[in-house]
Design a protein around this ligand. Structure first.
Ligand code: ZN
Length: 778
């Protein structure tokens, strides 16, 4: 026996220990009821896989917002891992057909591997996929079966076991803390990403967060993946798992070849799940394919594959009867047999382990399809690049050198360059983005105005709701003058080209506000022209006034709101000092002694007044501001403080602080008024200090935003027609001539109502200024 073992070891080649089983490392079976994983143990597990297998390499690709390591494992046969630089070169050339001499493409395609990235648990309460990643990696490295051999030989598989490890630990810690209490299985009362919470998968063109930046620069831009599979979870009562095809609308700049291939791979996943005996599989349900904020790769030659598995209560099992499954899923009914949900789940117990079992099949399916169709996928990847380069309309976009906001202009250019868009610098200092380049569709999507289709549930009926927002026009969001060229400006005057190098993302946010804050940080005073709003530290004339650094409080409820996180991000990014204010801080009163400005982010009136109801959370997290809180806020404003309310929270100001304004869209049905994340035109009162530094006509971000009939001072007003700037708007007459930004005087202070999100997802550089002006307004 011993001799036989020795011979086997000799034949098998150099000695590496057997990869440890997940159970031996974590101390329990993966997915056992009521068990969750710590990120540091996940990292050390992947490190021990690397130590004990020649088929895996583990790399730290960056740090999270809270400093945890982000890791990616590269898995393939050892011969492939030995030549990764060569495969990166092949991918790079196929991605840019201009670099491939005629006749060379087929040779590159025959040599290449399909590159597949799988990213897990970006949404941290959707925690199953990190467990699945651990078990799948172990099996792929240790089980010898034909499908796994095909995967290892034909693909380069890059596995990120969590792309939001901070959130994974937040959820794990909360889950353990609440085990065996009435709150077991609840979501934690805080955002599961330091700044952006669930919106971390809405960051994929602006790249504001460190996780996004690391994954784009170290994985996407380096590897040019053919497939990126992002693993998610949905409601417990939805289908057991959902895969593409996507619902309409598909963003018009996404190449048709990629859409067909996403349909193909998605239905392939569904077929493999059904063949394995899994029921409740839906396709062509739930998600449209519009905003590039969720899918960078689909504008860079790659497929976006996503699955959504039904959730349990984190790691605690649940029981669901068939009649409790949702009947109103978008595009399907979870109780009924239809072509796209052919075998409904019949109900029963549903647990973490079930989710993992489905996801294991889905991961294997994606990779096996990538292996079997390697040549087609690579050839089509190359063709998509060719079709981008062949784009003739428009010829180019041109960004003149002279701009109202040079900082925002640099930010726009940097955003494009970070997405591998080629930008040429002209001799006059302007910038040109020609469409004959591999990622012209990406540039075009971000620079043009969106015309979202008028989709209705039935003719003349209510709108079919987009899954997310409908506008992403950066020149409007950032207030940058960008022009469309239909033909070359003669003669060509290009003096330099900007391009993104893998592993590096440029960054520049600075504008006059960065300078203002630098001066404050150094203890100096800032002067502002009271007519134009321009800042100057030195030149003083009759119109200049000193501007003190404001003491800012930002309301933070126990009901986590992403807008609160985005606001924190903005304040920190631009150097404002602030304190987070919980219910207790406001209820304590005396706010005016400590603050000049108090900001309420976009959240519902009820969440501010009542917070979590009794019994929904441990007692220390329940309750809201109540009548005492409203009294404290009134006292603050009366004594000269400024209260700033953003979007939905304005209802609180009107109902609880007696601001005289009537929201004309309140109670109006979607059929009559609808602005689901759109850019809308308003006209500013340029004499008002909130408008300093802005042009008279600007687009603002409206997301179900209020508009008012009011006797208070109106700073921004909708015009009487042509209100839509980009995206989708129904019922413009409802808001025509109504107010979108209001300044109400209370005693010596002010209450500012923003009928918009002026700091929308780190993108709306133009209206950041309205918000900053509000912080200084007294
Ligand atoms: Zn999700």
């Amino acid at each position: 026996m011993r001799l036989a073992l020795l011979i086997v070891l000799l034949i098998a080649g150099p000695l590496v220990g057997a990869p440890p089983t997940p159970k031996s490392h974590f101390g329990h079976e993966i997915g056992a009821d009521r068990t969750v994983l710590d990120w540091n143990r996940v990292v050390s597990y992947f490190q021990s896989l690397e130590k004990n297998s020649p088929r895996i390499r583990v790399q730290e690709i960056g740090k999270t917002a809270e400093g945890r390591p982000l890791i990616a494992a590269t898995i393939a046969v050892p011969e492939t891992l030995a030549k990764l630089d060569r495969y990166i070169e092949i991918q790079k050339r196929l991605a840019d057909p201009r670099t491939v001499p005629a006749g060379d493409a087929e040779s590159l395609i025959s040599q290449g591997k399909t590159v597949v990235i799988i990213t897990c648990s970006i949404h941290s309460t959707e925690l199953a996929s990190t467990h699945t990643a651990v078990e799948f990696a172990y099996r792929l490295l240790t089980e010898d079966k034909p499908r796994f051999r095909a995967i290892l030989e034909n693909t380069i598989f890059i596995l990120a076991p969590s792309i939001n490890p901070d959130g994974l630990d937040i959820v794990t810690e909360w889950y353990r803390k609440t085990l065996d209490t009435p709150y077991e299985g609840t979501a934690p009362p805080q955002l599961y990403h330091k700044y952006v919470g669930h919106d971390n998968n809405r960051d994929w063109y602006i790249h504001s967060q460190p996780e996004t930046r690391a994954i784009i620069s170290k994985l996407h831009n380096l590897w040019h993946p053919q497939i990126v599979y992002d693993v998610h979870q949905q409601q417990a009562t939805a289908s057991r798992i959902m895969a593409p095809p996507w619902l309409d609308p598909i963003e018009p700049n996404v190449d048709a070849i990629l859409v067909q291939e996403m349909n193909m791979v998605g239905t392939g996943i569904a077929a493999d799940l059904t063949a394995a005996g899994k029921t409740g599989v839906s396709v062509h349900s739930s998600y449209d394919f519009w905003t590039p904020a969720r899918h960078y790769q689909a504008f860079h030659g790659g497929l976006r594959i996503l699955t959504e598995s039904a959730s349990a209560r984190l790691a605690s099992p649940i029981t669901i009867r068939r009649e409790d499954l949702r009947v109103d899923g978008l595009g399907y009914n979870a109780q009924e047999r239809t072509w796209n949900h052919i075998e409904p789940w019949t109900g029963g117990t549903w647990r973490l382990r079930d989710i993992i079992d489905y996801q294991l099949i889905a991961m294997e399916s994606v990779l096996y399809q990538a292996a079997v169709r390697r040549e087609d996928l690579l050839r089509n990847f190359y063709k998509v690049g060719q079709r981008q380069i062949d784009r003739k309309v428009p010829y180019a976009f041109y960004i003149p050198a002279k701009q109202a906001d040079p900082g925002a202009t640099r930010k726009l250019i940097d955003t494009l360059v970070a997405g591998m868009v080629e930008v040429e610098v002209e001799s006059d200092g302007g910038h040109t983005i020609r469409m004959s380049q591999p990622y012209s569709g990406y540039a075009k999507a971000l620079l043009e105005k969106q015309k979202y289709p008028d989709l209705r549930l039935y003719p003349g009926g209510p709108p079919k709701k987009p899954y997310d927002v409908t506008a992403h026009t950066l020149p409007l969001l950032m207030g940058v003058d960008v022009r469309t060229l239909t033909r070359p400006s003669a003669p060509p005057r290009v003096v330099a080209a900007l391009s993104e190098k893998p592993g590096h993302l440029p960054a520049s946010d600075s504008d006059s506000w960065m300078a203002v804050n630098r001066i404050w940080r150094l203890g100096g005073a800032v002067w502002r022209d009271t007519v134009t709003g321009d800042f100057s530290p030195s030149s003083l004339g009759p119109n200049w006034q000193a501007v003190k650094r404001p003491r800012i409080g930002l309301y933070k409820s126990f009901i986590p709101t992403m807008d609160e996180g985005w606001t924190r991000w903005l304040l920190e990014r631009f150097g404002f000092e602030y304190s987070s204010l919980g219910n207790k801080d406001i209820l304590a009163g005396g706010l005016r002694q400590r603050f000049d400005t108090v900001v309420f982010p976009d959240q519902t009136e009820a969440s501010i007044r009542f917070g979590f109801k009794d019994g929904a959370m441990p007692p220390e997290y329940t309750g809201g501001l109540g009548p005492e809180g409203a009294a404290a806020l009134k006292e603050f404003a009366t004594a000269g403080g400024t209260l700033v309310f953003l979007n939905r929270s304005t209802s609180y100001a009107i109902d609880q602080l007696d601001v005289k304004a009537r929201n004309v869209v309140r109670g109006v049905s979607d059929r009559d008024f609808y602005s689901p994340g759109s850019l809308l035109n308003v006209q500013l009162d340029r004499q008002h200090p909130l408008s300093y530094g802005l042009p008279a006509d600007i687009p603002i971000w409206s997301e179900g935003s209020p508009a008012w009939e009011t006797e208070e001072k109106t700073v921004a007003r909708y015009p009487d027609s042509r209100i839509l700037a980009s995206g989708w708007l129904l019922g413009e007459s409802v808001i025509a001539k109504r107010s979108a930004l209001v300044d109400a005087q209370i005693g010596d202070g002010h209450v500012i109502l923003f009928g918009m999100r002026p700091q929308y997802r780190a993108q709306s550089y133009l209206t950041f200024k309205l918000f900053f002006n509000a912080l200084l307004y007294h």
